[in-house]
Write a protein that binds this ligand. Structure first.
Ligand SMILES: [Zn+2]
Length: 382
């Protein structure tokens, strides 16, 4: 059932995933280490990312790799390691080519959103580059360290706003921490569903609709600028980070696309990752991708029969071996269905498609909301 090239691809995908996770976690962990290590590793990390982004912006002569689609490419990152640009009306975005975030300058101070460790001190430099106003407020999009781990670099008197679940997650981390400085500062203002921050002449609206990528992950909307920030859901020009960006709730992840499009009048999206800002169309494109993935996973779940795979494997004394082969077969079927359309449209599709197929097909097998949506009720008996 599983041919050698599929196994090899699976192993390569896993190897690529491990390398990427190592890069992302090493950057997050090392950048949170003592300041000396931070300065060293931050430089190394930024140089690596800048060279990779600029490489991908140039001509790719490697014929063994699928060319990156034009839509996956973003602006070049200057040698200083970050790019800061005004989106509109004193709202800026800052990026290192891998992580991005935004900050709002008002006549009464700055509102910084998130504090990715990969940017670290460069975030403070970017803010100082465009304004001499102090940072008064910080908003956490969600509790993940790779987006807020550098919050401790900001002045201690900054008021931090987050959704209840984010505060709870950080409190729990602090309760078990051997070194509490490793935990980002606990939010000082929390909210359940909505919070409007009005400061000086500017407004930010924060909304929570339930778990998607993570419990507590919020929609951050700048109405005057028509900018929506939604982190770790939409990856403009690219497929998501592996396993649907490790979404805690697959149905919530899917639904977040509709919420963005139906409830917000935005034309620019800050997604938290990769090469460029997004547009409304990027959300529509990723929604189409996720819908195709749902259909491909449903088809694979229906067409690959566990009993048939088990018969081919034999070894009935080892159920995990049977399941491993079954899962590989479902992933292969799903990937074959969905990849041809998307490998030329979204960056990284060939690299991560089997992980997205795994997340979607597993969620469709066991998640009651997704089963209800796809009517693929494998395990429901009356
Ligand atoms: Zn996250």
């Amino acid at each position: 059932m599983i041919n050698e090239s599929t196994k090899r691809n699976g192993m390569l995908n896993r190897a690529a995933l491990v390398v990427l996770i190592l890069i992302f976690s090493a950057s997050a962990i090392l950048l949170l280490s003592p300041l000396k290590a931070l300065a060293f590793d931050e430089e190394g990390y930024i140089k690596f990312i800048v060279s990779k982004v600029n490489e991908s912006n140039g001509n790719n002569n490697n014929t063994n790799e699928v060319q990156l689609p034009e839509t996956a490419k973003g602006p070049a990152i200057p040698p200083k390691g970050y790019l800061v640009e005004e989106i509109r009306d004193h709202l800026y975005w800052v990026t290192d080519g891998s992580y991005n975030t935004m900050f709002l300058v008002t006549n009464k101070g700055v509102v910084a959103i998130d504090a990715p460790p990969s940017l670290g001190q460069k975030y403070l430099r970017a803010i100082a580059e465009v304004t001499d106003k102090p940072v008064n407020y910080m908003i956490y999009s969600h509790a993940h360290i790779d987006h807020i781990g550098a919050a401790g670099l900001f002045p201690k008197n900054v008021t931090i706003i987050a959704q209840d679940e984010t505060a709870r997650e950080l409190q729990s981390a602090k309760a078990v921490a051997k070194n509490v400085t490793m935990v980002p500062p606990i939010p000082t203002i929390t909210f359940s569903k909505n919070y409007t921050l009005e400061i000086g002449n500017q407004t930010l609206k924060l909304d929570y609709y339930g778990t998607n990528h993570l419990p507590g992950n919020i929609f951050i909307y700048a109405p005057k600028q028509k900018v929506l920030m939604l982190v770790d859901i939409v990856f403009p020009g690219w497929v998501p980070f592996p396993y649907l960006a490790i979404a805690k709730d697959t149905a919530g992840f899917i639904n977040a696309h509709d919420i963005a499009l139906e409830k917000y009048d935005f034309d620019t999206l800050v997604g938290g990752h990769l090469t460029r800002l997004g547009t409304r169309n990027d959300v529509i494109v990723q929604k189409e991708f996720v819908t195709d993935l749902e259909n491909a996973a449903t088809k694979a779940n229906q067409e690959i029969l566990f009993s048939k795979v088990a018969q081919q494997v034999g070894h009935f004394d080892n159920p995990w071996l049977l399941f491993s082969n079954y899962i590989d077969a479902v992933n292969e079927k799903c990937t074959q269905t969905v990849l041809p359309k998307w490998e030329s449209r979204l960056g990284g599709a060939g690299v991560f498609m089997s992980t997205h197929c795994f997340s979607m097909s597993e969620a469709e097998r066991v998640d009651p909301t997704l089963q209800a949506l796809t009517q693929n009720s494998t395990f429901i008996y009356r």
